[in-house]
Write a protein that binds this ligand. Structure first.
Ligand SMILES: [Zn+2]
Length: 63
């Protein structure tokens, strides 16, 4: 799997995933799609439905 930032990941997969779904690189890394240094997705978080729902609530609050 290549390394992609969330924006490119969603574009490639035609999804609108929340950033909470993924764990990102600690340091900025080169996104293979847009060629910019960004935090790239390292792994999809394996979360329970409850955790995911909580994360979405938190994200809504932060908007
Ligand atoms: Zn990108």
């Amino acid at each position: 799997m290549g390394e992609f930032c969330l924006d490119c990941w969603n574009k490639i997969n035609e999804t609108h995933d929340s950033k909470w779904r993924y764990a990102f690189s600690w340091e900025k890394d080169l996104c293979e799609e847009c060629g910019q240094y960004k935090h790239v997705i390292v792994v999809e978080r394996v979360w329970s439905r409850v955790q995911r729902a909580l994360a979405e609530v938190i994200e809504d609050i932060q908007k």
